[in-house]
Ligand binder design. Structure first.
Ligand SMILES: Nc1ncnc2c1ncn2[C@@H]1O[C@H](COP(=O)(O)OP(=O)(O)OP(=O)(O)O)[C@@H](O)[C@H]1O
Length: 279
């Protein structure tokens, strides 16, 4: 995989994330992660797919340092995670834009809180990011004056302006209509390819994972473990034309087969549990 050059959008070296033999539960009988190990390479766009409730958000929370594993280790650049840090940023499903601030103020919120000089380099970066996601001209608008898709784009740049070494994204496009989602995919690809930031991206959409990612990890039903690591060897810059190549279709077939096995397991478990309840 060829890594994009470091540029003005983040201006930082991307980070590497790793989980080594992680076990995690919400108490006895509520095991969520079962010996999960993987590596998210520096500057890669790595997607995580798995059945609903298998533990994808838990993986993000552990790497973000919001929670701690029962066993095993979470590492950023080889250093164990001991709590949240400015090197990692999480973009959630729901918008976190501050409604009383304009797009410009929201974009600059992170650097402002960190006490950075908001003129010069920071302002240039904000302008560049706003332009990259097609929001030039909307700087003085409040979130309520922006469409859902625009708000999500604002969310992305609001995270990127803080120059994270890694970006953790928990189904950031969930709930968007198909057209808006496709526009968002285009923007996240562009932001990634220009910034070189490491991205861990959780998505339930297999086609999306293959379209945007360099690597996809597939998880089993809970308690989850890594079922498969798939390298997405499609060229970058990623383009919509790639969606119709034979390589894409083959990767999609492989992904569907992998997920289908897990879906069938989940269904059997559901039927068994139902039978037990009705006995
Ligand atoms: N606070 C909690 N207390 C107890 N169980 C929880 C808690 N939060 C999540 N769980 C359970 O842990 C499991 C993993 O949750 P998690 O949110 O990590 O899964 P997920 O794969 O992100 O789910 P989804 O795809 O539906 O968003 C689920 O079965 C969920 O019900």
């Amino acid at each position: 995989m060829s890594l994009p050059a470091l540029n003005t959008v983040t201006g930082v070296e991307p980070g590497e994330m790793e989980m080594r033999g992680v076990y995690y539960s919400f108490g006895e009988g509520k095991e969520v992660l079962d010996n999960v190990s993987f590596k998210v390479e520096k500057g890669s766009f790595t997607c995580f797919c798995g059945p609903s409730g298998c533990g994808k958000t838990s993986i993000i929370n552990l790497l973000a340092g919001y929670t701690v594993p029962d066993m095993g280790e979470c590492l950023i650049d080889g250093v164990p995670v001991s709590g949240p840090g400015a090197d990692r940023l999480v973009v959630f499903q729901e918008t976190a834009l501050l409604p009383w601030m304009t797009l410009w103020e929201n974009t600059l919120y992170g650097p402002k809180v960190q006490g950075k000089d908001l003129m010069g380099e920071v302002a240039d970066r904000a302008e560049e990011l706003i332009n990259m996601v097609g929001l030039t001209g909307f700087e003085e608008k409040y979130p309520s004056q922006l469409s859902g898709g625009m708000q999500r784009r604002a969310e992305l740049i609001r995270a990127l302006i803080n120059q994270p070494k890694v970006l953790l994204m928990d189904e950031p496009f969930r709930g968007l209509d198909a057209m808006t989602r496709s526009i968002m995919q285009e923007y996240i690809i562009k932001l990634f390819e220009h910034s070189g930031t490491t991205i861990l991206f959780v998505t339930a959409e297999l086609e999306e994972a293959i379209f945007v990612g360099d690597v996809a990890y597939f998880l089993t039903v809970a308690p989850a473990t890594v079922k498969k690591r798939m390298v997405i060897d499609l060229p970058r810059p990623r383009k919509f034309e790639h969606l119709t190549t034979s390589n894409f279709v083959e990767l999609q077939r492989e992904a569907i087969e992998t997920v289908d096995e897990e879906a069938q397991k989940a269904f059997s478990a559901f039927v068994k549990a139902k039978e037990k309840r009705t006995k």
